[in-house]
Design a protein around this ligand. Structure first.
Ligand code: ADP
Ligand code: MG
Length: 312
């Protein structure tokens, strides 16, 4: 029989936007000592936008500017950026990733007509490839482009600087040659800092988990006072991190929003899905936080403590 206090807890949670799907999640929440939290879409808004385009050509021009005609340089750089964005959007239009949405939205804003793509492929957590107007276009992280035979090192300095600002950097190649970078920024949710501070004050260790680059992840972690970061984790390995922590004897809650996060949510003692997240994530979690507000984790913990006190 479901104890009355659990029903009361579930009811109170619902009023605060904390939807408790199973009683075990509510019972276990008070014992949680570790929160593994996905970066994109969980700590951040999950609505990334394009902030910079760097073209291989424009880098060369910046290094040796044409002193006689600066206006022409700017104009040419702008045109090169638009052309890169046009081809990138052609491929990204076929992807459902939030990073892809940032690129296609930027193309729309600039009034660019997005071309069609053929032979589209999107290996999860790595990037996308396709043929646009007869050109082989690839976008993704450095390792993905390296696996396709493209060396992106000419853009290392720029990429590092952008990552240091917390931006996600997408590398692009055209016909196997390094073509440019896209910097994409995803603002941290307004409620994230307070929620994490309250959880840390409650003795919970926070671990950031992301498929994104280590430098980007560390820049975001630093702003939020998170000292443990697991970055560049492939989607199929996210749940391994949760399992390893549980083997160490930790009681683990996992908060996430994406399709990629579903196995990790299911592997945790308590899975917390963002209500703003994907259906798969919500189905895999015991608790859903409406509006994706992480303060809901603090509420869930208090509810759990009260509920268990009433039962004992
Ligand atoms: P997260 O764990 O932060 O939600 P993902 O695992 O979905 O991130 O993606 C990890 C990395 O793979 C991204 O930071 C990006 O470099 C690359 N990537 C994934 N999808 C795309 C895409 N559609 N276009 C370009 N790069 C992508
Ligand atoms: Mg995510």
């Amino acid at each position: 029989a479901t104890p009355m206090s659990i029903m009361v807890g579930v009811g109170r949670g619902a009023k605060m936007g904390v939807l408790i799907k199973n009683a075990e999640a509510l019972e276990r929440m008070e014992k949680v000592d570790t929160l593994v939290v996905d970066k994109t879409g969980t700590l951040t808004e999950g609505r990334p936008s394009l902030t910079r385009i760097i073209t291989v050509g424009s880098t060369e021009r910046t290094a040796a500017p044409l002193a006689d005609d600066r206006a022409t340089v700017t104009e040419r750089t702008g045109a090169a950026e638009d052309e890169l964005l046009r081809l990138a959007a052609g491929v990204e239009r076929a992807s459902e990733h939030p990073l892809a949405a940032a690129i296609t939205a930027a193309a729309h804003e600039r009034g660019i007509t997005i071309p069609d793509v053929a032979d589209f492929d999107s290996p999860a957590g790595r990037g996308v490839t396709g043929t646009v107007e007869g050109h082989q276009v690839a976008l993704g992280n450095v390792d993905f482009l390296a696996s396709l035979g493209t060396d992106m090192r000419t853009l290392d300095t720029q990429a590092d600087q952008l990552r240091g600002e917390g931006a996600t950097v997408i590398h692009m190649s055209i016909d196997g040659h390094a073509a440019g970078l896209f910097a994409i920024a995803d603002p941290i949710k307004a409620t994230t800092a307070d929620a994490l501070a309250a959880l840390a004050a409650d003795g919970i260790q926070i671990v950031m988990l992301t498929g994104d680059n280590l430098a980007t992840a560390q820049a975001v972690a630093k702003r939020l006072g998170i000292d443990r970061v697991e970055a560049q984790v492939l989607p199929e390995h996210k749940s391994d991190i949760v399992k390893a922590l549980r083997r160490e004897g930790k009681v683990v809650a996992m908060a996430g929003d994406g399709v990629n996060d579903a196995p990790a949510l299911a592997a945790a003692d308590v899975g917390l899905a963002m209500g703003s997240g994907t259906d798969v994530a919500i189905e895999s979690a015991g608790i859903t936080l409406l509006g994706g507000d992480l303060v809901g984790i603090v509420h869930a913990r208090r509810l759990s403590q009260k509920t268990m006190r009433n039962i004992r």
